[in-house]
Design a binder for this molecule. Structure first.
Ligand code: GUN
Ligand code: ZN
Length: 445
């Protein structure tokens, strides 16, 4: 059935170049968005709709809220829901102490299935309609997530992690098993409905050269799959990676030598980079993914966005849950703003909201499908209430422009500001997603 969403509508056309760049987006004060069969058919003024456009359509009135393309999260970890917000330690300790034990539990298909449902419901309640995520090393974890996404018609990029050393046995595979299981998952899921596969060597530290050869083979055999990994996040990590690959010129060179760079390659973090690495990223069209809540929480460092822009590296923004502390892309914008402030750079609200939508869609080479509300786009949509909390409502009393309103959403917003999320045209926000049963029965001192 045809639906017409009525409300204030904002959709970016290109990247805003400055704070007054209103040509970069479409904004309709009383807008109408017509959708049918999961696709957007029309975007225009509500009062200008022709009678035949209204015929047989159900009008859903979202006034006075703001209708935008659904948010896109380009890097997070599905098996880290019980590791998020774990106290202390920087990257390598944090992985060993909290993350790997939680990821080990995803060998159990029942656990993976329950967590996959909760994970996607949580993302939907945050207004996030596309994610690129890591699964655990276990094939069952990826099967569970792909199955849950297919059931919700959710746009998902994911892959089982490949890792064959420097972690507990319960989260290791082998070069052959990593290759075989990735291959089987690609055959079963890549290109099915709204699902894409990402070949996912966790990072150089947890893959032997033999496994990296298997990664290179997978990339050669499946050039249309994504590739995702971690790069230059933490100084101890970089030292260890270079000790494990002593012939590499720098960290990126490890990945380069296994054919991992390219326009479908997503490199998480990219904090401590040298000029050569940035140039190689730019030349290959690889994407550097900025994960502000994670970089602050794990004390990793500050993403140098200005340096990326200077040499033309493609960038994206992401939560990196569970190193990142929040599933909300709005909270992520807030922390990104502060990371850039610390480097004397600004993050204008137009550019911030562009980055969550069209910017991240471009980074995933999916701007023809998601990230805007243009005709023929997939109907992934978020409806935002800028007065969702008492603090926001009070602050909104002095707001006089869309730009200021976006900054209120960016600075104070979270899932409470998300009134509704449409996933492929279907209203999908659960009002109160149930937490999974607790793994811990009592608290000790
Ligand atoms: N590097 C390798 N694995 C991880 C992970 O799970 N989280 C983060 N933040 N960095 C990583
Ligand atoms: Zn990560």
């Amino acid at each position: 059935m045809k639906s017409i969403l009525r409300g204030r509508i904002l959709s970016f056309l290109t990247e805003p170049q400055h704070a007054e760049d209103t040509d970069a987006f479409t904004y309709l004060e009383d807008g109408a968005l017509i959708m049918e069969g999961g696709k957007i058919l029309h975007l225009g003024d509500f009062v200008a709709l022709a009678p035949d456009q209204r015929l047989g359509a159900r009008v859903i009135d979202h006034r006075p809220h703001l209708i935008m393309p659904g948010f896109i999260d380009t890097h997070l970890h599905f098996p880290q829901m019980h590791a998020v917000g774990s106290w202390g330690k920087q990257l390598l300790d944090w992985l060993n102490t909290y993350t790997f034990p939680q990821e080990a539990r995803f060998a159990d298909p029942a656990h993976a299935g329950r967590m996959a449902s909760w994970f996607l419901d949580q993302l939907i309640s945050q207004g996030t309609t596309t994610v690129a995520t890591y699964c655990s090393v276990h094939r069952a974890s990826a099967e569970a997530l792909f199955t849950a996404a297919a059931g919700r018609d959710y746009r998902l990029i994911a892959g089982k992690v490949m890792m064959d050393r420097n972690a507990p046995a319960a989260v290791l595979d082998t070069p052959q098993a990593g290759y075989d299981h990735s291959k089987a998952l690609i055959a079963a899921w890549h290109g099915k409905g709204r699902i894409d596969y990402a070949i996912t060597p966790r990072f150089a530290i947890t893959s032997t050269p033999e496994q990296m050869e298997a990664v290179a083979t997978l990339i050669r055999e499946h050039p249309d799959c994504y590739v995702q990994t971690h790069l230059d996040e933490n100084r101890d990590e970089i030292d260890l990676a270079l000790r494990l690959y002593p012939r590499a010129r720098d960290y990126l060179d490890i990945y380069e030598s296994y054919g991992m760079l390219g326009s479908r390659s997503l490199f998480g973090h990219c904090i401590h980079m040298n000029d050569r690495e940035r140039s190689a990223m730019a030349e290959s069209g690889s994407v550097a993914v900025f994960c502000p809540t994670s970089n602050l929480f794990l004390g990793s460092g500050l993403f140098d966005e200005a340096a990326m822009r200077r040499v033309g590296v493609r960038t994206a923004i992401a939560t990196d849950v569970g190193g990142g502390t929040d599933y909300s892309m709005l909270r992520t914008l807030d922390e990104a703003y502060k990371v850039l402030q610390l480097q004397d750079c600004d993050f204008d609200p137009y550019r911030a909201f562009y980055s969550l939508t069209l910017g991240n869609a471009k980074a995933l080479s999916k701007a023809h499908q998601i990230g805007t509300l243009g005709p023929d786009s997939e109907a992934d949509i978020v409806v935002l209430d800028s007065r969702a909390t008492p603090v926001m409502a009070m602050r909104m009393e002095t707001v006089t422009s869309l730009r200021e309103e976006l900054f209120v959403l960016q600075t104070f917003g979270d899932d409470r500001a998300v009134k509704q999320t449409y996933v492929h045209g279907v209203a999908s926000k659960a009002q109160h997603p149930d937490p999974p049963p607790s793994a811990v029965s009592g608290q000790k001192i």
